[in-house]
Design a protein around this ligand. Structure first.
Ligand code: THU
Length: 135
């Protein structure tokens, strides 16, 4: 299912991963989001000499999506330079949670082997989100 869009998302994630700025970890990550406007937004990790303030690829892709005017995440690809599939870190699971539904597909790739196909709800069960705030 979704073979064409999946190919485009994988290609976008790989293209942006090649532009990652990761001189400290040497671990490059690309993320590509299919948004509710039908467009693909991508981002890579951007590290910093002050290590804790580096940005993850998912955070960069979300920033691009919001800057581009889209509102919701429909599907996500993450590709990383490790042998295991790169899964979003804990902080990025929460960042994705803000704009995605529990059944939103998240497809995680490493440089070898089969991708891990999961959902936001599997990665972040019983999550806290905007709906919990009484406003
Ligand atoms: N990284 C991401 O960009 N996304 C993740 O979800 C996992 C980790 C980056 C952060 C850092 O630049 C490098 O991978 C090694 O942790």
């Amino acid at each position: 299912m979704n073979t064409d869009i999946d190919a485009q998302l994988f290609e976008a994630a790989e293209a942006v991963r090649k532009r990652a700025y990761a001189p400290y970890s040497h671990f490059t990550v690309g993320a590509a989001i299919l948004a509710d406007d039908g467009k693909i937004y991508s981002g890579c990790n951007v590290e910093n000499a002050a290590y804790p303030i580096g940005n993850c690829a998912e955070a960069s892709a979300i920033a691009a999506m919001i800057a581009g005017g889209a509102k919701r995440i429909e599907r996500v690809y993450v590709t990383g330079s490790g042998s295991m599939p790169t899964t979003p870190c804990g902080g990025c699971r929460q960042r994705l949670r803000e704009f995605a539904a529990p059944d939103t597909a998240i497809i995680c790739h490493g440089v070898e082997g089969e991708p891990l196909m999961t959902t936001l709800g599997e990665l972040l069960p019983h999550s806290f989100g905007p709906d919990h705030l009484d406003q």
